[in-house]
Design a binder for this molecule. Structure first.
Ligand code: NDP
Ligand code: GDP
Length: 340
């Protein structure tokens, strides 16, 4: 019998890649989606799966919608990817972020606990929970130290998932994912902000890109790899949590330096701190500058994941390294914005 998977956050980056992976494996995929006036199916279209996913109305704050979906289908695997996922916005909207990203998970788990059948549950936890890191690299035993409303909400969701696993013997697990990117990444996140920004500059649609802290370091991987680890976690005999990362870390500045090459820009940095600028060698035109508005009230300076246990147990390894990831995203955006 073919398995039915429910993916919340189907319109997001990971939702699209995971939807494609599960369809390719023969699953029936229910995509939980909050209706909006915007075109939120572009990622599914991009991967050619828009018409193969059964879309159901879903809002994480509405428990009745969650109950309705679980009563309508006999779901084998739930992947909870829906969240207010942007750290920057969580400082502006801390209460709604806590409600959706934190309590939303409790709503789903409460609904599952009261079902007659027991689907497996995956929670999208985040490396942001390590926050102002207390150990490097971060592994499963590293203490959490969150420094944003987003990370605190994710930590609530993380512990809630563990609690339901232990208290009610549910197959409920969390993947602590470090940053993962792709051509389908939201444009607010720094990697895609850089590749769309440089593409727009190249196409004459933007003069100069403004960014925040370019010394922040992240362990960046490819989203297509990470959804595979999510699936593997639900295929194990034992329910347990894992770190999903590459084990390498780079600064935002290194991402920029790598990306400019794909746009044919010959550049150099001048100035210090908030006066730092990236200029074109040929005419000294400034193409990137710092705007303090993009600094976070609390910053996570460096993230680096240790995946030794994940690799051993899940036989999982990332396949796309940093340079290829920057190239993939740059070339994709070059194509999009130079056609406009
Ligand atoms: P996206 O921001 O691309 O997708 C988030 C999804 O959640 C969107 O489909 C969005 O819908 C949906 N959503 C937001 N609010 C609600 C709500 N109130 N009710 C229902 N759905 C809602 O995130 P990613 O795909 O990149 O990430 C997937 C998950 O993994 C998220 O939970 C994220 O926090 C987590 N994560 C991601 C990391 C990364 O680097 N990508 C790292 C660690 C964790 P809409 O389109 O309508 O906004
Ligand atoms: P996060 O790790 O989930 O917060 O992912 P982001 O891509 O939003 O940010 C990664 C890092 O880039 C953080 O340390 C940000 O402070 C830093 N950064 C620097 N400039 C910017 C910017 O203009 N936008 C965003 N989103 N992040 C920036």
């Amino acid at each position: 019998m073919n398995k039915i998977a429910l993916i919340t956050g189907i319109s997001g980056q990971d939702g699209a890649y995971l939807g494609k992976l599960l369809l390719d494996k023969g699953y029936t995929v229910i995509g939980a989606d909050r209706r909006s006036a915007r075109d939120d199916k572009w990622r599914l279209r991009n991967l050619g799966i828009e018409n193969r996913i059964i879309i159901e109305d879903f809002e994480l704050s509405e428990i009745s919608q969650i109950i309705r979906i679980f009563n309508k289908y006999k779901i084998s695997e739930v992947y909870n990817l829906a969240a207010q996922s942007f750290v920057g916005s969580s400082f502006v909207n801390p209460i709604s972020t806590s409600d959706v990203t934190g309590i939303g998970v409790l709503r789903i788990l409460e609904v599952i606990r009261n079902l007659k059948y027991k689907p497996k549950f995956y929670q999208a936890s985040s490396s942001e929970m390590f926050g102002a890191v207390l150990e490097s690299p971060q592994k499963m035993t590293t203490p959490f130290n969150p420094v944003s409303p987003y990370a605190i909400a994710k930590l609530f969701a993380h512990y809630t998932t563990i609690n339901y696993r232990k208290a009610y013997d549910m197959f409920a697990v969390s993947g602590i994912c470090f940053n993962h990117e792709s051509p389908l990444r939201g444009e607010d996140f720094i990697t895609r902000k850089i590749t769309t920004g440089l593409s727009k500059i190249k196409a004459g649609l933007l003069d100069c890109l403004e960014v925040g802290n370019i010394d922040a370091k992240r362990d960046w991987g490819f989203a297509g790899d990470y959804v595979n680890a999510m699936w593997l976690m639900l295929q194990q005999k034992k329910a347990r949590d894992y770190i999903i990362a590459t084990g390498k870390t780079y600064t935002v500045r290194q991402f920029i330096n790598e990306a400019v090459k794909h746009f044919g820009f010959n550049t150099y940095w001048v100035g210090k701190n908030e006066n730092e600028k990236l200029k074109l060698k040929k005419n000294n035109k400034v193409i990137i500058k710092i705007n303090k508005k993009f600094y976070r009230p609390n910053e996570v300076n460096k993230l680096l994941g240790d995946t030794s246990l994940t690799e051993k147990h899940l036989k999982w390894k990332p396949t796309v390294e940093f340079k290829s990831l920057v190239q993939m995203m740059s070339l994709s955006d070059l194509k999009i914005f130079n056609k406009l």
